[in-house]
Design a protein around this ligand. Sequence first.
Ligand SMILES: [Fe+2]
Length: 287
Amino acid sequence: MPPPDAAADWTIPQRWDAYTPQHHARWRFLYDRQLRLLSGRAVPEFLEGVRLLDMGEGVPDFARLSERLAKRTGWHVVAVPGLVPEDVFFHHLAHRRFPAGTFLRGPHELDYLEAPDVFHDVFGHVPLLTHPVFADYLQAYGQGGLRSIRFGALDKLARLYWYTVEFGLIATPEGLRIYGAGILSSAGESRYALESPIPRRLAFDLERVMRTPYRIDSFQDLYFVIASFDDLLERTLRTDFAPLYARLEALPDLSVTDLLPTDRIIEAGRTGAASGHPTCSPALLPN
Ligand SMILES: [Fe+2]
C-alpha cells in the first residue's frame, strides 16, 4: 500500500515551491562541481543531455523538466517518497516515468549519502534519458522487470541495473567514459572510476554481470564496460531471460576477485582495496 499522501502508483507532489534559496544554492554547488569534474570523463551523450535540460539554476521543477524531456524521448520525471516496491518501480520505467526522490542532501553530507537524493536521481539519471537508445534501454529494463517478477530472480536483475544504469562505463574512441548515475553524481567516484588503479574493469557480459554481487558501502571494486548504448540495448532485448535465470540458478555467484576464462579484461586493477563512500544506495533499486 502506498503511504497516505501518495497516489496509487506511489507518486507524490514534488512541492517545488517548498525548496528554499539554500536548497537551490546547494544544488548549484553540486551541479557546478560535477560539471567541472565530468568534462572529459562523462560520456558525451550525458553532457549533451545536461545542456538540453538546462538544470543549472537550482533544484529542477519536475513538471517543467518533464516537458523538456518528453519532447525528446517521451520520458517524464515523477516524484516518489524514496523507497518504492519493485513492481511499482518497474511499472514506472516500463511507462517511461523515472521515479525520483524530492529531498536534497544536507550541507554536511555533500559527499556521503545513505540514500539517493534528488541530485543523484535527477542530475545523475535524467540527462541520459534524452538519448533515444538509452531511453529505450531503461524502458526495456522496466518491462523485463515486470516479466521477471515470477521467476524469483530479481536480485540478479538488480545487478544488471547496478552495473549499467548506476555504475556503468562505456568505451569511446577517446577512452573510457562514465554513464552510470551513481558515478556521475559522486565527486569522488567520478575520478576513482576512471583513474584509480584499484578497481577491475571488464567488458560487459550480461550473464557475467548477473552472477556478480555488488557492494553498496564503498566505491566499486569492479566496473563493466559497454561497447555502446546500441550494443547494451540489443543484448538486453535479444536475451530470453527465462532460460537465463534457470541457467544462473545452477551457477555460483562470483566474488570481485574471481576471473573467468571468458572475461575480457580491460584493466586488471587491484581489486579488494576500494575505499570511500557511494552516493547511491539500492533504496530505489529493484532488489
Ligand atoms: Fe540511482
